[in-house]
Design a protein around this ligand. Structure first.
Ligand SMILES: [Zn+2]
Length: 261
């Protein structure tokens, strides 16, 4: 967020060479994503494979993440669809985001509200997410619940349609693992009113694809490891012994006139 800029070496314009094998997560990703990844690595080292699988699947959304629009409002559904398609195009078809109707009990709901429930009067959008990881020695489960808010009465004028697409894309960027960026220009930076970006930058795309590649590689290693283990567990469903939650909120803020200059 602009109020608390993160200092990255090279900022958001940090050059990532996607042609090189990526062995490190991008600094453009959320701190929670880094922590979860490191935790999953430790879990693998400790032989806690079910925990590792839960953490990795919750990052990758390997079963997809379903998004619904409050009231199944047609115009707003079209806005969210455009934002989701933008990401899917950028990720060359590898986006886990799936639009569903409210009847299908989506994991994430997009709501339009007069003001976004966040501190700061220039917040245009917000995502509130909660992931719950459960595991024991034989199985794992990931629970995902979230709400994306879009402001209908932000300071100044209401958001144009393309600004709304931009705000939803920004929030979906958080869902995919990206952090806010202090610079003007990138999708994950503040919105300069009247100048929606409408697409992630090459670096933002590289951060997400790099994350997905690294988590997938690790997932297949764990699955290979598990397939080699002799199954000693019976068919009985054992209750989960371990639980971990990771809530996080991230907003999209508008650039205040004086700051935009
Ligand atoms: Zn944000």
């Amino acid at each position: 967020m602009r109020a608390h800029p993160r200092i990255w070496l090279g900022g958001c314009s940090l050059l990532l060479l996607s042609s090189l094998a990526i062995t490190q997560l991008s600094p453009l990703l959320l701190p929670q994503v880094h922590e979860t990844y490191e935790q999953s690595e430790r879990a693998v080292q400790d032989g806690q494979y079910q925990m590792a699988l839960a953490l990795m699947k919750g990052t990758l959304y390997s079963d997809g993440v379903t998004i619904g629009i409050e009231g199944d409002h047609a115009d707003r559904t079209a806005i969210v669809r455009e934002a989701a398609q933008g990401w899917n195009q950028a990720l060359e078809g590898d986006s886990p985001i799936r639009l569903v109707s409210m009847r299908e009990n989506p994991q994430v709901i997009v709501k339009w509200v007069p003001q976004v429930p966040a501190e700061g009067s220039h917040t245009l959008g917000l995502i509130k997410m909660r992931k719950e990881f459960r595991w024991n020695t034989t199985r794992h489960e990931v629970g995902i619940k979230g709400t994306i808010y879009v402001a209908t009465q932000p300071p100044g004028s209401p958001l144009s349609r393309s600004e709304q697409v931009d705000v939803v894309m920004h929030e979906l960027g958080h869902l995919l693992g990206l952090d806010d960026c202090g610079d003007l220009g990138p999708l994950m930076g503040p919105l300069e009113r009247g100048k929606p970006v409408g697409a992630p930058t090459a670096n933002e795309v590289a951060a997400v694809t790099g994350l997905r590649r690294m988590v997938r590689d690790k997932l297949s290693l764990v699955n290979l490891q598990l397939s080699r283990q002799t199954t000693t567990a019976g068919r009985r469903q054992v209750p989960y012994e371990h639980r971990q939650t990771s809530p996080h909120d991230h907003g999209k803020i508008a650039v205040v006139e004086s700051q935009a200059k």
